[in-house]
Ligand binder design. Structure first.
Ligand code: C5P
Length: 414
């Protein structure tokens, strides 16, 4: 199986005329990064918000804009355009596009392609809050749901027009997740190989308070742990993600518990037990301030800077690995190292008592911290596997499948 769910998938992206169209450019980038090919139809309203040149630079293909272009028809007719795709995505889906879809209108290339398709369609509505809440749009929305159209968003928040409410287009990461879920369901109808397994994952940094406004933290983005949560959930696992503070949206189909400190993270993990598998991807602060001040520390002229007294935080991975009762059958830790990656990881696996360690080189030159790519080594009792440089998403999917294989092999051996 390929390393990402989207490898080789063909997406037809319809970009409607809304301010959110700029986010569709980011969506194209992310789809391409994951190996999908993207063709884009830009409506004439859409052309007011993003240019055909920007879209085609990112898709690496021409942009389809005109229903009656003879050149287009000669190269690829509008029927083939939609038949040739594995999935149609409408983002932004304006009130107008949704109305056309609901009523079967076909008076431009976008609406014609959408009517001519026999493939799944995913819409990401984006419009002013009043337009979204209008009974006509809500009626059209119900019709689209009844027709089997998938929907992502809209989100609630500040709108470009200055109003507040539902109507903001889902973020590119959320649309991407919805696209991946669609292909995961196709790949595993009736549930994936991790169905029936409960998986606990920690991710992100922890924030350890110094006083009510300051804290100690680290540069972890949480991306790798979130991607793992998403990947195992897609394979059918019941997934609980205990996350430190991050800017990432909750992965679909995952129960997310948000915490701040290492002690809160441990308590949330213990509350989530029993679990079959625990994956500790969080960058837990090793130390916290011994007694955090109740009031903001004040700088006094002429006084020395305060000394911070640190005490050790609980080690969540070691605690879960060494549980007498309720120990997950498979406990996986991470080892982010800047030198002697393998040696340190092998020693860490033994010291903590976990089953596998995913080791990676995080020295600044690698760009792994906060970046999107990762080169990892999987260390177990049996030895070492070196994985190639992969997007964090692909590392997550590979790890999820590796876990599923582990359980199917150990079941077969019973
Ligand atoms: O000891 P070190 O931080 O290098 O170990 C990394 C591994 O241990 C990661 O899996 C991390 O999630 C986990 N860890 C933990 N609790 C800590 C420190 C690290 O779960 N307090």
């Amino acid at each position: 199986m390929s390393d990402t769910l989207l490898m080789g998938r063909r997406i037809l992206l319809v970009i409607g005329g809304g301010i959110a169209a700029y986010k569709s450019l980011e969506l194209i980038r992310r789809l391409k990064e994951r190996g999908a090919s993207v063709r884009a139809i830009l409506t004439s309203a859409g052309e007011h918000f993003v240019t055909p040149l920007s879209v085609s630079s990112l898709t690496g293909d021409k942009v389809y804009t005109d229903l009656f272009s003879l050149t287009d028809e000669a190269e690829m007719g509008h029927i083939e355009l939609s038949r040739d795709a594995d999935l149609l995505v409408v983002a932004p889906a304006t009130a107008d596009l949704m109305a056309k879809m609901a009523h079967g209108l076909a008076n431009d290339l976008a609406s014609t392609a959408l009517l001519a398709t026999d493939k799944k369609v995913l819409v990401a509505p984006a419009m002013n809050v009043r337009m979204w809440l209008h009974p006509a749009t809500q009626r059209n929305f119900e019709t689209l749901l009844a027709d089997g159209v998938d929907v992502v968003g809209p989100n609630e928040g500040d709108m470009a027009c200055g109003e507040y409410g539902p109507g903001r287009m889902a973020e590119p990461a959320e649309i991407l997740a919805a696209i991946e879920s669609h292909f995961a369901e196709l790949a595993f109808p009736g549930g994936g190989p991790l169905k029936g397994k409960r998986i606990l994952i920690t991710s992100g940094p922890t924030h350890e308070p110094i006083d009510p406004v300051r804290y100690l933290a680290n540069r972890s983005s949480g991306k790798q742990g979130y991607a793992i949560a998403q990947a195992v959930a897609r394979l059918g696992a019941e997934t609980v993600l205990v996350s430190g503070p991050t800017n990432l949206p909750n992965p679909p189909g995952v129960t997310v518990k948000r915490v701040e400190t290492a002690r809160e993270m441990l308590a949330a993990c213990e509350a989530a037990l029993p679990a079959d598998i625990a994956i500790c991807a969080a960058a837990v602060a090793d130390w916290r301030v011994a007694s955090d001040a109740e009031q903001k520390l004040k700088k006094q002229p002429g006084e020395q800077a305060p000394a911070l007294m640190l005490v050790e935080n609980p080690d969540i991975l070691a605690t879960l690995s060494q549980l007498k009762m309720n120990r997950p059958a498979l406990v996986i830790g991470f080892a982010a190292e800047t030198e002697k990656v393998i040696d340190h990881a092998v020693a860490k696996r033994q010291r903590k008592g976990c089953d596998w360690i995913v080791a990676n080189d995080v020295s600044p030159a690698t760009g792994v911290m906060g970046g999107d790519l990762n080169t990892v080594h999987l260390i177990s009792r049996e030895g070492q596997e070196d994985w190639p440089l992969l997007p964090k998403q692909a590392v997550a999917e590979r790890l999820a499948r590796r876990i599923a294989d582990h359980f199917s092999t150990s079941k077969a051996a019973e």
